[in-house]
Design a protein around this ligand. Sequence first.
Ligand code: SF4
Length: 371
Amino acid sequence: MSEPIVRGWCPGALRPMASGDGLVVRVRPRFARLTAAQVLGLCALADRYGDGGLELTNRANLQIYGVAEADHAALIEGLAGLGLLDADAAVEGRRNVLISPFWQEDDLTVRLVAALYDALLDLPKLPPKVGFAVDTGEAPMLARDPADFRFERSDAGLILRADGAAKGRVVSEAQAIPALIELAQLFNDTRTPEQRRVRDWVAELPDDWQRATPLPSSPRIQPGEQGAFAAPFGRIEVADLVSLLTHSDAQAIRVTPWRMLLVEGNCPDAHPGLVTDPADPLLTTSACRGAPACPQGTVETRQLARALAPHVPDLHVSGCAKGCARVTSAAVTIVGRDGLYDVVQQGCAWDAPSLSGLTAADLSAHFKGRT
Ligand code: SF4
């Protein structure tokens, strides 16, 4: 078996990544929000140039898969026309900013994100996957989501916290971006080449960056609450999203890092293709694209995951040992290897399996037979 390829960078729109079925084009909506017109325009582009779906990432971005190289320029032109493109690839590559999704117009969160967008090129050149979280709603919501530098609230006010540190430094709004640049520079100046993420380096963090404790995190919203619609495996078919918008009076959607969209405006309680029942077993099931879409996968994944989800709580089906869809342990992880499946109990896709060399029929008999 060949080892999974770890690319170490994220695709963008201007800098797409090659996949098994074409280019992966990542769209990074500013403030994690798209107007209804932008959503409909993006759906039309994904339908015309992609594989007919949009995939939500854990950085609250949207990806179009299956784009032919010959169509990339036309897709880029379409995205630019919708206002969904950065000025250049350098800005795009740095605009890894998670934003607490319930921001209000011109509140602290919006002001900080706007200031951060403006300062992206003032930051030192950081390792490719480094990102930021502006998590300054009433209580943090993004503490479990990927970011290296975090703005949060504490009892003492706004803080900047390095990922992995229990505490951060209190900063005023005016100090926020200069402090971020200072901390990012410190990280760059003192990290080793192997320390590509802040959590790997945080043991080196000086005490004066660790003074104030963030407020306790708020519980994550559930599908069906506050206009939240979950996308099984993070994928939304374009037709379902267009239908949702046309059957609601949504003015916009907000993208979360939790495989969920939030609809702004009145919307139905449920919609085909999307999950609003918090008890739906698909919500505890992860599955990557697998074969044939991903060149590293040798097995089908999502159909199997749908079939097994009602029988296996906390399931992850991975097309290979890279484990893209979930980097944390699952009760059961099914991993593709050379066209067959291995099973890892209480582990990750790269952990040692307890069962090996099974077919989909074997798995079905094994897991459905025990319920
Ligand atoms: S885990 Fe899935 S998506 Fe990731 S490389 Fe392997 S097959 Fe591809």
